[in-house]
Design a protein around this ligand. Structure first.
Ligand code: ZN
Length: 292
């Protein structure tokens, strides 16, 4: 059977997803060749001397004129959820954090969050979300994106529109920012330093993950590069699920969506089940959709 590969290569941690749906989902087991040199964005951010607070705070939207109309539709949809609106307001009013949102033709149906900066106290003070210009279409693989994939035609009875899919992808990126605000920057920087080293060894040793050097590096980093990456992506999906929970609250298709998400999580992301179940079992989700 023809296989459609997972697409978000590891060191492209910043580029979080590119939609694929056709074929059989495949879990990533080794770091693809192309990944070795792609971590420079993080390293640059990690080494930067950061001020105690940015000169500008709040949300800075850098949207080319040709995308403004579609962007406003996506944003309106995102802000129609309680979670989305609350997060947006919090960032907007923040006195120490600046969130930049921009649109790019690269990775047109995907997105990414990057350029994280922290102050001396370990507080996250900056991040940049880059949205593809066509995020209203394309459904990422259920292996790493069980929430966004739940909206794919045929997966649910919910006839979502393009803005809903786009807003779900925005929520995924906000999920990354939320998680990063709780992440120890020292650990993040250590991972940014060691992941390229891990990858270079992996590609030179016949992809033997039992190599003692790699085992030691994984222990230092808190996981293999793939494990670190998938953990981050599933936190992004938590953001997407919070959004969909709000949007579908009191709608009869919420259970259909949640059941679809649960199927994918149990099939591909079982160790991460709890973070999704917590959302399914908390208000405003319907009791009828519980994962218990
Ligand atoms: Zn992501």
């Amino acid at each position: 059977m023809k296989i459609s590969r997972i697409v978000c290569f590891l060191p492209l941690v910043l580029l979080c997803f590119v939609p694929v749906v056709a074929g059989t989902p495949l879990r990533q087991s080794v770091v693809p060749k192309k990944s070795v040199d792609a971590f420079s964005g993080i390293e640059a951010g990690a080494k930067a001397v950061t001020p105690s607070r940015p000169t500008e705070t709040g949300i800075r939207e850098i949207i080319p004129d040709k995308y403004k109309k579609r962007y406003e539709a996506w944003k309106t949809e995102f802000l129609s959820s309680d979670t989305g609106r609350a997060e947006w307001d919090a960032y907007q009013k923040s006195e120490h954090f600046i969130l930049t949102i921009t649109i790019s033709e690269e990775n047109a149906r995907g997105g990414g969050t990057s350029k994280y900066k922290w102050n001396e106290s370990g507080e996250l003070i900056a991040a940049t979300i880059t949205l593809g210009d066509r995020i209203y279409e394309g459904f990422p693989s259920p292996v790493y994106y069980p929430v966004m994939n739940s909206l794919a035609p045929g997966n649910s009875s919910y006839a979502g529109n393009g803005s809903l899919l786009a807003a779900t992808k925005i929520a995924h990126e906000f999920g990354h920012v939320r998680r990063m605000s709780k992440t120890n920057p020292a650990i993040y920087r250590l991972q940014a330093q060691l992941i390229p080293l891990y990858n270079s060894i992996l590609l030179s040793n016949g992809r033997n993950t039992r190599d003692p050097r790699l085992v030691e590096l994984a222990q230092k980093m808190g996981g293999t590069p793939v494990e670190i990456w998938e953990d981050r992506e599933y936190w992004g999906e938590v953001g997407a699920m919070l959004f969909l929970r709000d949007i579908t609250a009191r709608q009869n298709y919420q259970c259909t969506l949640f059941n679809r998400i649960r199927e994918a999580v149990e099939l591909y992301a079982r160790p991460y089940r709890d973070r999704f179940a917590e959302i399914a079992d908390a208000p405003p989700a319907s009791d009828a959709c519980s994962w218990q």
